[in-house]
Design a protein around this ligand. Structure first.
Ligand SMILES: NC(=O)C1=CN([C@@H]2O[C@H](COP(=O)(O)OP(=O)(O)OC[C@H]3O[C@@H](n4cnc5c(N)ncnc54)[C@H](OP(=O)(O)O)[C@@H]3O)[C@@H](O)[C@H]2O)C=CC1
Ligand SMILES: Nc1nc(=O)c2c([nH]1)NC[C@@H]1CN(c3ccc(C(=O)N[C@@H](CCC(=O)O)C(=O)O)cc3)C=[N+]21
Ligand SMILES: [Mg+2]
Length: 285
């Protein structure tokens, strides 16, 4: 059986045509949607993300404010900047790139961003809304994955979904999204025993562990749908996922490639959410 590649680049392009129109209509009303991005230090995955965000925002007409801090910045300095952006009426969305250096408490930073400027959907108020199936800003990567499954008409209701990884960025919110669509959800992590036994029963496997090409065909059943979230550099410096794509593509039914799968969708969802927050300016007037 030949694997079907899930083309995140193509789906992104299609969605971005609609987003561009929404930006134009905002700009006609005098609203310039604006996203502020804070990067501390220079994590490799974060740098890819920052670069691609910049390119896409320009293409769609979204204003960006890029703020770069040295990795030794204090927590107080970072908090001060967030407060400044919270109070800046021209800023619709604030995103702080994760991970942050050790001296900075990630949850403190996440909670400092006003929930109505929390374009990543990581604030506990917004996470709470997601887990109770209410509307609010949502984490972009899992939201993008849901869009991909919808685009390819892949059924979720009643399916066995196994998520590998329990980060606040991907694994945990992914579980909530899937539960909201009536999947039967299992979250696994580094303390999970017999991981293979669990993943081999999954109809849909979402891999977000941060280890280059860790998952091979032996973890999966024949007709599985595999979503590879990983964004790693291999020894040759090439961008690879958490899934051994060569091994897996001989076995499964659907697979997201790296690059060109989940990554572009994360960017597109971030743009969409920035627009959604900017559109609220009209409703709040
Ligand atoms: N494409 C995209 O848009 C995005 C890509 N990424 C990429 O996705 C990957 C994961 O990111 P993120 O979620 O932030 O990573 P984290 O490092 O925050 O979390 C990794 C998770 O994987 C679990 N884990 C690690 N090793 C194993 C193992 N051997 N078996 C089972 N579980 C394991 C950890 O378990 P424990 O909790 O026990 O430590 C942890 O829950 C990275 O490569 C990152 O760059 C991230 C965000 C967006
Ligand atoms: N607060 C926060 N939110 C995040 O969502 C977040 C973060 N911090 N920290 C870093 C990770 C990583 N991440 C990526 C998103 C898109 C690509 C991406 O565009 N990938 C392209 C790469 C193409 C290329 O340039 O080679 C692709 O997969 O096709 C990469 C990485 C978001 N993250
Ligand atoms: Mg830290």
């Amino acid at each position: 059986m030949n694997v079907n590649l899930i083309d995140g680049k193509k789906v992104s392009k299609e969605l971005q045509i609609k987003l561009k129109k929404r930006v134009s209509s905002l700009r006609q009303k005098g609203i310039l949607p604006k996203l502020a991005v804070i990067l501390v230090g220079n994590n490799a995955a974060s740098k890819v993300y920052v670069r691609n965000k910049q390119i896409t925002a320009e293409k769609l007409g979204i204003e960006t404010l890029n703020i770069n801090f040295d990795k030794n910045i204090s927590e107080n300095e970072l908090i001060k900047k967030i407060d400044e952006l919270n109070n800046d009426a021209t800023v619709d969305g604030i995103l702080v790139q994760l991970p942050l250096p050790k001296q900075i408490d990630e949850s403190k930073v996440t909670q400092r961003i006003l929930p109505n400027k929390d374009v990543d959907g990581f604030h506990p108020v917004n996470m709470g809304k997601l887990f109770t199936n209410e509307i609010g800003p949502q984490p972009c990567t899992p939201r993008g994955i849901m869009e991909l499954l919808k685009y390819y008409n892949l059924e979720i209701s009643g399916k066995n979904v196994v998520i590998i990884g329990r980060s606040n960025i991907v694994g945990r919110p992914m579980a909530a999204f899937m539960l909201n669509e009536d999947a039967t959800v299992t979250i696994t992590h580094s303390k999970t025993k017999n991981l293979k036994k669990i993943t081999r029963q999954a109809d849909i496997v979402i891999v977000a562990i941060g280890k280059a090409e860790f998952i091979d065909a032996t973890y999966l059943k024949d007709d599985a749908i595999v979503i590879d979230v990983g964004m790693n550099r291999n020894k040759a410096g090439k961008l690879v996922g958490d899934v051994n794509q060569t091994s897996v593509s001989k076995k499964v039914k659907y697979l997201t490639p790296v690059p060109g799968g989940v990554g572009p969708m994360t960017i597109t969802m971030l743009m969409q959410q920035t627009i959604e927050l900017a559109e609220k300016r009209i409703n709040n007037e």
